[in-house]
Design a protein around this ligand. Structure first.
Ligand SMILES: [Zn+2]
Length: 321
C-alpha cells in the first residue's frame, strides 16, 4: 500500500476507528490514512476510499450504543491482472500480489476486542458530554458504560456516574474486560464523594458477604480504606487484618496497615509497613508501581519526621490487582 498509516498496528487501527467515528467522512478519513490532503488525486485513491468506507462501516457508533456490527458490505476495488499492484512495488499485479491475496496488507480485518475497547474509550473521551446522554444504554456493553461513567464523573455529573456503575455492578459481571476490583473501589469512593458514606459502607459489606468476580480480601481492602479514611481505627484494623490474611503479598494492603498505624502514631511499625508496601510494589505492573511509589514515599517521609497524616494530601484510593 505504501500508506504511512499501518492498519496492522493495533494503536493505528484503533486511532483509525476513532477518526472514522468522529469524522464520518470518507474523504477526510482517506486523507488521514494516506497522509495526503489531495488524496483523491493519489494513484491509490480508490484503495484509500475503500479503507475509509470499511472503517466507517466497522467503527463503533455512539447512536447504537457503540455496537459495531457492519451495516453494509464494502467491496474491495477490482484490480486487473496488468494493473499496477496497489502495494506500490511498481510491478504489475499479476507479478506481485495477485496470487498472494491472503498476505496483502490492504486486506483489512475486523478489529480485535482490545482494539475496539481502545477506540471506544478514546471516542467517549472525545465526545461532548451532551452526546453521551444520547447513547442508548440498553444497547451498550459494560465496557462502554464504565467509560461513560468515567466521563460523567470527570464532568461533575456524579449522580449519573453512580447510576451507571450501579447498573454495571448489579449485572451479571460476565465481561472479562472489566476490572471488577477497580469498579467496586470507584463506586464506593464516588458514593462517599456524593455524601452517601453509609451507602458506601453498606455496599462494601454486601460485596464482602457475596463477592462476585473478585476475591473477598479485595473487598476487605476497600473496607479497610473506607475506615482508614473516616478515621475509624477499630474497624480499620479489623479489615486491614482481613485483607492481609487474604493476601499478604499485596502492597496496598501493607500501605493501608501503614496508614492505620501512622494515624495511631505507632511510628516504627508504620514505617515498617510502608517499607513492606514499597518492597512488594516492585512486583506490580509498571503503571501500578508508578501510582503506588509516590504515595508510599510521601508517607514514609512523614512518618520518619514523626509527622501525622495530612488528610488533604494523603490518598487512600485503592488500586489493587
Ligand atoms: Zn504487490
Amino acid at each position: 500500500m505504501g500508506s504511512t498509516k499501518d492498519l496492522n498496528k493495533p494503536e493505528i487501527f484503533s486511532e483509525a476507528l476513532v477518526n472514522a467515528t468522529l469524522m464520518q467522512d470518507r474523504e477526510k478519513l482517506a486523507a488521514w490514512l494516506a497522509e495526503d490532503e489531495n488524496v483523491t488525486e493519489h494513484p491509490f485513491w480508490k484503495w484509500y476510499a475503500y479503507f475509509a468506507d470499511r472503517l466507517i462501516d466497522m467503527a463503533p457508533k455512539p447512536e447504537h450504543g457503540f455496537q459495531a456490527r457492519p451495516t453494509r458490505t464494502v467491496a474491495a476495488p477490482k484490480i486487473g491482472r496488468n494493473d499496477v499492484c496497489p502495494c506500490q512495488s511498481g510491478k504489475k499485479f499479476k507479478q506481485c500480489h495477485m496470487d498472494k491475496e491472503e498476505s496483502v496488507a490492504w486486506k483489512i480485518g475486523s478489529p480485535t476486542p482490545a482494539i475496539r475497547a481502545m477506540a471506544v474509550s478514546k471516542i467517549i473521551q472525545a465526545l461532548p458530554i451532551s452526546d453521551l446522554d444520547k447513547i442508548p444504554q440498553e444497547k451498550a456493553s459494560d465496557v462502554v458504560l464504565t467509560e461513560v461513567a468515567t466521563a460523567y464523573h470527570a464532568g461533575g455529573r456524579l449522580d449519573d456516574a453512580l447510576l451507571i456503575v450501579k447498573k454495571v455492578l448489579d449485572g451479571d459481571r460476565e465481561d472479562p474486560h472489566i476490572l471488577w476490583d477497580y469498579w467496586i473501589a470507584r463506586y464506593a469512593e464516588w458514593l462517599v464523594e456524593a455524601d452517601k458514606a453509609s451507602d458506601s459502607e453498606q455496599f462494601l459489606m454486601d460485596e464482602y458477604d457475596a463477592p462476585r468476580k473478585v476475591a473477598a480480601w479485595q473487598v476487605a481492602q476497600k473496607l479497610a480504606a473506607y475506615y482508614v479514611d473516616i478515621g475509624d481505627s477499630e474497624n480499620a484494623e479489623t479489615w486491614v487484618d482481613t485483607a492481609l490474611e487474604g493476601n499478604s503479598e499485596n502492597p496496598f494492603n501493607h500501605y493501608l496497615k501503614g496508614l492505620l498505624l501512622h494515624s495511631l502514631e505507632n511510628w516504627e511499625e508504620a514505617e515498617a509497613a510502608y517499607a513492606k508496601a514499597k518492597e512488594l510494589s516492585a512486583n506490580f505492573r509498571e503503571e501500578e508501581r508508578a501510582y503506588m511509589t509516590p504515595l508510599v514515599e510521601e508517607a514514609i517521609d512523614l512518618v520518619k519526621n514523626r509527622k501525622s497524616l495530612d488528610d488533604e494530601s494523603v490518598e487512600t484510593e485503592t488500586e489493587s490487582n
